[in-house]
Design a protein around this ligand. Structure first.
Ligand code: ZN
Ligand code: ZN
Length: 476
């Protein structure tokens, strides 16, 4: 709400908090106020509900940072033996509710370690303070659990606390089928109260004749069955990334020059960078008109002459207009090495209209990739309505890549589509959507999501060499 609306609800209805605003909306008191109406009231109520839903949830990077600081602190705890981050952070989830840390120590040291933990400088409040389980609330609001067991139990605790709940339930069922019980303390045959010995998680999975399942896959999306058939995919790894696409420079809304972005990529050992500033309809982001495109291409060509061991691919992030058309005439589109087509406006179309709009952009022969396919902003904006299954099929048919936008606020394509993408042999590209040199490093979050989505290196474009990428674009 703008200042004027805030003044109205305060003066006319006495609304002075989000709680009282929500109540007023539910009582239909805003509907008849001057400058409001049913639609405004509905939208406000929807926003309040979203805010509630997003409370006490965190993006991956800040949660990871806090967890690593706690881990560093706990490594100095007297008597600590094993120590790991577990939970959704270990599974590389896009949104984190709380931090789970697990450790091991001799029984006589556990209380001292827990006392040391509650003395963590950023601890605002201890919610539970036991010998084996302690929960503290960080000054940022996020909860952090520490659980301790003895060393021989540690692999079981690590596995249990990594989750997901669904994966654990399925694993416990496997145990039952073998006439065993399984929990955070061990695997127990029959009525035995002494656990089977497993030195690490590998041995836990071996006990069930399963391949080791990487934490990212533990979502009960078929990973246990695949591990039983010894058919788990060889997931893409960070060190296989050879370059990145999707970066904005000062030519549109980025904060670094093309040269600076290229130097950053070179410092990471990359072979190439694909520059994609905004297209002309994105006027709010200083999108490029045809004149400026020519000038930008000249700048990139000069840089490419200068670099002997590095290539800058000339790209564009073209808006997909409401009609489904791209943002330039074909002769301009043909002047790029590659084109990312993205929706940046008119998010409110029906699912049918939005799907049709995106599919017609995918069918354009110049479209190389689809950018952030759902348009969601994690903890900020819901995805627009789109039939992702139809989009994936259309992309594969037209030899178009669907990116995994690695910006931690997007992480879009969502990893839940991974199995379907695998079925259709969809190719992705892990794109940082960088708006600064630091943003380039976000590609790492995208690797986590690609792994969650069962992607192998051969289905990730930017694991390919510069020559292979060049031929891919030429073929397209
Ligand atoms: Zn975009
Ligand atoms: Zn972008």
């Amino acid at each position: 709400m703008g200042a004027k609306k805030v003044k109205t609800v305060y003066e006319k209805l006495g609304v002075d908090s989000i709680g009282s605003l929500e109540y007023a909306c539910k009582e239909n008191r805003l509907r008849d106020l001057p400058g409001f109406g049913q639609k405004t009231q509905d939208n406000l109520l929807k926003s309040i509900q979203l805010k509630k839903k997003y409370d006490e949830q965190y993006h991956y990077p800040p949660a990871k940072r806090i967890a690593e600081q706690v881990l560093e602190y706990l490594h100095k705890a007297p008597g600590i033996i094993d120590l790991e981050i577990a939970g959704s952070l270990r599974r590389k989830k896009e949104i984190i509710h709380d931090i789970d840390i697990v450790g091991s120590a001799k029984k006589q040291d556990q209380q001292t370690i827990m006392d040391y933990f509650v003395n963590y400088p950023d601890n605002k409040q201890s919610l539970a303070h036991g010998k084996t389980k302690t929960t503290i609330v960080m000054k940022h609001g996020i909860h952090c659990d520490l659980r301790l067991v003895e060393t021989d139990q540690f692999p079981f605790l690590l596995h249990h606390s990594t989750g997901s709940k669904e994966h654990n339930t399925a694993m416990r069922q496997l145990a039952k089928d073998k006439n065993c019980r399984m929990n955070e303390y061990g695997i127990f045959k029959g009525n035995n109260d002494k656990s089977e010995k497993c030195a690490d998680e590998h041995e836990i999975y071996s006990f069930f004749s399963l391949q080791y399942i990487p934490p990212e896959l533990r979502e009960n999306m078929g990973e246990i069955e695949a591990a039983g058939r010894h058919e788990l995919p060889n997931l893409v790894q960070e060190n296989q990334i050879k370059g990145v696409f999707h970066a904005h420079s000062v030519w549109s809304d980025g904060s670094n020059s093309i040269r600076e972005l290229a130097e950053k990529c070179r410092s990471l050992g990359f072979e190439y960078l694909g520059i994609t500033d905004h297209s002309k309809s994105a006027f709010y982001a200083n999108g490029l008109d045809e004149e400026r495109i020519k000038k930008q291409h000249e700048e990139i060509e000069k840089l490419n002459e200068e670099f002997t061991d590095f290539t800058i691919f000339i790209g564009i992030e073209s808006d997909i207009l409401t009609s489904g058309k791209l943002d330039y005439d074909d002769d301009v589109l043909e002047s790029f090495d590659f084109v990312i087509a993205s929706v940046h406006s008119a998010f409110n179309l029906s699912q049918k209209e939005m799907t049709k709009r995106i599919c017609s952009a995918l069918k354009h022969p110049c479209t190389t990739m689809l950018g952030h396919p759902s348009g969601r902003l994690l903890l900020g904006r819901e995805a627009y309505q789109v039939d992702m299954e139809a989009i994936i099929e259309c992309a594969v048919q037209n030899n178009v890549i669907i990116e995994i936008n690695a910006n931690p606020h997007r992480l879009d394509m969502d990893w839940h589509w991974g199995r379907l993408a695998e079925k259709h042999q969809l190719i992705t590209s892990i794109n940082p959507d960088a708006h600064s040199i630091d943003g380039i490093e976000d590609f790492r979050y995208g690797v986590g999501i690609a792994r969650k989505g069962w992607f192998t290196a051969d289905r990730v474009l930017n694991t390919r060499s510069c020559d292979a990428v060049t031929s891919f674009f030429k073929l397209k």
